[in-house]
Design a protein around this ligand. Sequence first.
Ligand SMILES: Cc1ncc(COP(=O)(O)O)c(C=O)c1O
Length: 383
Amino acid sequence: MLLSSGGVPFYKPWITNQDKKAISEAFESRWLTGGPLAAKFENQFADYVDVKYAVSVNSCTAALHLAMRVLNIKSGDEVIVPDVTFAATANAALFVGATPVFADIDEKTFNISPDDVLNKITPKTKAIIPVHYGGQPCDMKELMEIAQDYNLRIVEDCAHSLGAEYEGKKTGSFGVIGCFSFYPTKIITTLEGGMITTNDENLAKKLLVLREHGMSKSAIDRESEASWYYDVVDLGYNYRLNELQAALGISQLERVEDGIKLRMATARYYGERLNFKGIVTPYEAARRSHIYHLYVIKVEEDNFGKTRDELFKKLSANKVGVSLHYTPLHKLSFYKKFLNSTTNKFPVAEQIYQQILSLPLYPTMTKNDVDYVVESIGENAVC
Ligand SMILES: Cc1ncc(COP(=O)(O)O)c(C=O)c1O
């Protein structure tokens, strides 16, 4: 018998009264966008990730796009991305006319495989965008060595990994640029939003210009200098994070570590309870922290007695929110035209795609919620 019939959603945002107060105070500001709160959020974010500069933007997709722009990646260039990621990672290369090249993943962590990155490098390769899948850092030592040996730039896609560490150093501080997402399911949220991190002053200056229409001076700069003058020096965009989002970001960042601890504790409890034959709990690699943006299990049909899709249906029927991260890019119709027929082999992604299932995990999830999910999985299962 299941403990609760109310079900458990895949995700619940963690918005506190302090968050709401911060947003309502931001309404009183003269600067509803392009103001001092975005700059304050950027400074605090840079301190947290331990980089020199952070530039806020209105999504991680915008962050990845600007990363490609400031690194001068363009038509004729190739950018290596993991085959198992969200579309935005590959789209970043396409936005600037470059070609995304997909690399297979590691069978344990589901992160990009450094070995397959090596297989995919050509004279046209300019950059690698590793994704710290589910909140567990990639093997940054190996990837940084590859980047150095082949003179490639690393842009970390940290959409899942704010606060995750590899050998004591936070993701977003390894590559030349790091890109973060504040979409509601992410480690912190500004509803929509993103951040770019870098230690390179020149790149930071270019990013500020590009996110604001390519203008040499923002409105707040012009006001402080009592000057109307600005130039347009590049093809820019309106990618600003507004002041209400920045206020929420500041408030959320204050408890980022609390959120991570809650996620990790829930993951631990899942690990203790999920003792079914054929259900493989997430692998935690050495020398890094897994902060559990996602809790991804593998369903081994032979031992579990049901396929992943059968379990998905059963959990959905029990009102447990489940998801799949991700359909490999090479299987999606839009990306098929970018595949190179000779290197188009993704054996690990192909296999994992049949088995993975993302279970609910969010900071306010209770042990009762986990019990409900586990009991829904376990009905009729072999222990
Ligand atoms: C790995 C990855 N990269 C990039 C993005 C894009 O983030 P955003 O929605 O902030 O544009 C996402 C969003 O889910 C993601 O999961």
